[in-house]
Design a protein around this ligand. Structure first.
Ligand SMILES: [Zn+2]
Length: 211
């Protein structure tokens, strides 16, 4: 299992797409399925520097709307929500409750960090996803601290498949893009970067043909 104490450590884990050698981009996002058929609700670009970035979170119920700014420091893993006051906020207590509403709305999105190849002409669209963020409330402060991240998913596409490593289960899953079928599972996990891209693509083809 690969564990990263800080978000910054995860952002620097790999810098290039092993298929096209373009620099990887980073984002704070939510899962949209293996075949990425949906657009993410959360899609915040994250740079290696500066170490802090902000995003907005909204929560709507039948009785009220809440908006808050979130801030994450990638070196300290600090997560802070600042509620944007509106007409329904009467006092600091409401703002304080809304801070927890913002955190809960953020958690509901199952947020995580992605490193991904954004080169439109790359046929393999390599990516790495961290585990879902979990943050502990630091008592008497207004700061949550995000727990160390684990490497969760690593994947790429071929014309017919999505090949995905589940690093928590330590298995490789090969999904068909064309057929809606269960993935072909393979263990031990294939280390994508231990071989040339040609050898890797051949390996995937062999496993699929023998399954
Ligand atoms: Zn690429």
């Amino acid at each position: 299992m690969k564990i990263f104490n800080t978000i910054w450590d995860f952002l620097q884990y790999k810098s290039q797409c092993p298929f096209c050698q373009e620099n990887l981009h980073a984002s704070l996002t939510n899962f949209v399925g293996v075949k990425k058929t949906f657009l993410p609700i959360l899609n915040i670009p994250v740079a290696i520097k500066p170490y802090k970035f902000t995003f907005q979170i909204k929560h709507t119920t039948s009785s009220y709307d809440m908006k808050a700014n979130g801030m994450i420091d990638t070196r300290t893993n600090a997560l802070i929500f600042t509620v944007i006051p509106n007409s329904t906020d009467f006092d600091n207590l409401t703002l304080d409750i809304d801070r927890y509403v913002a955190k809960s709305a953020f958690d509901d999105l199952k947020p995580h960090f992605d490193l991904f190849c954004n080169n439109q002409s790359c046929p393999n669209r390599y990516y790495l996803s961290s585990s879902i963020l979990q943050a502990e409330d630091v008592s008497l402060t207004k700061v949550w601290i995000i727990s160390p991240l684990k490497l969760y998913l690593e994947g790429f596409e071929t014309p017919n498949e999505v090949v995905q490593n589940d690093w928590l289960r330590e298995e490789t899953n090969i999904y068909s893009i064309i057929k809606d079928a269960d993935p072909v599972k393979f263990q031990p996990i294939i280390d994508f970067t231990s071989m040339s891209k040609e050898a890797l693509l051949n390996r995937v083809l062999t496993i699929k043909n023998w399954s």
